[in-house]
Structures are given as structure tokens and as C-alpha cells.
Design a binder for this molecule. Sequence first.
Ligand SMILES: NC(=O)c1ccc[n+]([C@@H]2O[C@H](COP(=O)([O-])OP(=O)(O)OC[C@H]3O[C@@H](n4cnc5c(N)ncnc54)[C@H](OP(=O)(O)O)[C@@H]3O)[C@@H](O)[C@H]2O)c1
Length: 242
Amino acid sequence: MILVAGGTGRLGSLVVNGLEALDVPTRTLSHHSDGDLRGITETSLEGVSVVVSAVTGFPTQRPRDVDRDGNIALIDAAERAGADVVLVSVLGASPDSPMELFRMKHAAEEHLRRSRCSWTIVRPDAFKEMWVEILEQTAGRQQRPLVFGRGDNPFAWVSVETVAAEVVAVATNASMRGLVVDVRGPQRLTLDQLARRVMSDHGWQGAPRHVPRAVLHPMSLAPGAPGRRAHAALAMDIVSTQ
Ligand SMILES: NC(=O)c1ccc[n+]([C@@H]2O[C@H](COP(=O)([O-])OP(=O)(O)OC[C@H]3O[C@@H](n4cnc5c(N)ncnc54)[C@H](OP(=O)(O)O)[C@@H]3O)[C@@H](O)[C@H]2O)c1
């Protein structure tokens, strides 16, 4: 049995579908049906041989609560149950990243490496579909997407289907334990270039609009999701996912 924590999410639901297509028995954990991951109990892991973590709280919850502490609770529970762990982290996770989410992912990775679990870490770059949706939604009547910040930092935007296929492959292959698997899309583009591509695909004229960093700085101090989004937009201008 493979337990997919975050199995209702954008990535997790595709992972569940992929495992089911292989006739692998799966169980799904989610925030809305099972509560906060930090309160995970032994019963969730009964009969589970592999745990996949595809959870994130960003941007509605604090990364330290879900991406670090939720994952730590899950890893500890997997260790007690003797299950392997496949942790979906992020390309660029590091202790000194300008992005809090990336620092918390790194902390979860480190906890996993120190655990007695057999593990695989999957590190995808930014999900292409999610960002294309954001650009389409912010385009509005002017048909000009909003790029938060300079948008001049390149990412290898990757299709979530590609990431899901990779997660299914490592979850079902014990020979992948002890490996960090980076997952990148085929082309590095800046957010501005991605926005221009979205415009061209829709036949929209002109250029993307930009929210200047000077506007994002005060926004990043706001509490909750709006502040976290602005903070992440500032960090995306400088974070490295090479
Ligand atoms: N999006 C990207 O560009 C990107 C890039 C690289 C890596 N990743 C990583 O890929 C993974 C999947 O991302 P995604 O975009 O598919 O995420 P998503 O759609 O936001 O789904 C998040 C999942 O986590 C669950 N969850 C949230 N808070 C929780 C909590 N406190 N306790 C238990 N479960 C909780 C959600 O449950 P509910 O459905 O009940 O809310 C949902 O199933 C994450 O680890 C993310 O960090 C994403």
C-alpha cells in the first residue's frame, strides 16, 4: 500500500491516478478530510510500505507548519511504521534560500536524511500549468498578464504530469532509494518570457504588465497569504534553481 499525503492536490491527485493505473493499492491523506499532518496517527500508516509526501501549505498556511513540521511528523510516523518515504521537495531547496518555502523544504529533506527510513527526494522546478493559469487569470480585460517583480530569473518550468510520472516511478521502484531526483522542464524561460508565450498562444497583443519590486516590498509585510505571495514573488527574482 502506498500512502499519498497531499493526494488531493495538483500533483498528488495525478500520482494517485498513476499508481491506480498500475493497480498499486493507494491511500490518500489530505488536509480537509484528515486534518493537519502534524497530528498524523499510527492508524494512517497501517499496512503502508511507502509514503509519498506531496503536501504544501503555500500560500494559505505557513511553510514551517506544513512543508517542514507536517513533513517531519509524517517522516517520524513512517519511521515508526518501517515505511519508505518519497518526499516531494523543490529544486533550489537550501538552508539559506531567500524563499522561506525553500528553507522549510530543506529542513524536511535533512530530517528525512537523518531518519532511519529508506528515502527518495524528488526536486521539481516550478509547475508550468500552475504558472500559466496564474498568468491567464491576471491578464484581465487588457489581455496582458501580471508579472510580479522583474520576472527576469529563468526557471525550467515543468509539466505537473512529468513530475507525477517521476514520483510514481520512484515510489514503485525500491532501487531508487537514497537518491535525489531533480525534475526539470525542457526549456529555461523567465517568467516574463513565459507570460509572452501565454500571450502569443492566445493571440494577445502588447507586453505583460509588471508589478514593481518597490510595490511588492510593502505588500510582503502583510499578514497571511497576500504577504507570503508577495514575499515569494520577490524571492523568485533572485532564487536559483540551476
Ligand atoms: N506548484 C509548484 O510550482 C511546485 C514546484 C516544485 C515543487 N512543488 C511541490 O509539489 C508538491 C505538490 O504541490 P501542489 O502544487 O500539487 O500542491 P497543492 O495542489 O496545493 O496540494 C497540496 C496538498 O497538501 C495538502 N495539505 C495542505 N496543507 C496540509 C496540512 N496542513 N495537513 C495535511 N495536508 C495538507 C492539501 O490537502 P487539501 O486538498 O485537503 O487542502 C493538498 O492535498 C508540494 O510538495 C510542493 O511543494 C510544487
